[in-house]
Design a protein around this ligand. Structure first.
Ligand code: ZN
Length: 89
């Protein structure tokens, strides 16, 4: 699988560290149940999902990669800071 980093260009997936699903964080002041669900309860769908990937052996950017987990087709790659998902620094 190859991922087109917006900064480095197309690279092998082994250059990246995958963190998992890119989820919206609970709002400020959200209760324990909301944080528990955010941190621990993850769906594992066979289909299209947005994930956070870190370009560990490249530019060091956090990316939001939208891909189909059943086919491994990469549908979209963007900087996580621009996708509004995941909250990665
Ligand atoms: Zn990169």
């Amino acid at each position: 699988m190859r991922i087109a980093c917006p900064i480095c260009g197309e690279r092998d997936r082994r250059e990246f560290y995958v963190k998992g699903a890119a989820l919206e964080r609970p709002v400020e002041g959200a209760g324990l149940e909301a944080w528990h669900a955010h941190v621990n309860l993850r769906a594992n769908p066979a289909g299209v999902i947005a994930e956070l990937w870190y370009h560990e052996m490249g530019c060091g950017s956090w990316l939001t990669v939208t891909r189909n987990t059943a086919t491994h087709e990469v549908l979209k790659v963007e900087l996580a800071s621009e996708s509004g998902l995941g909250g990665a620094a």
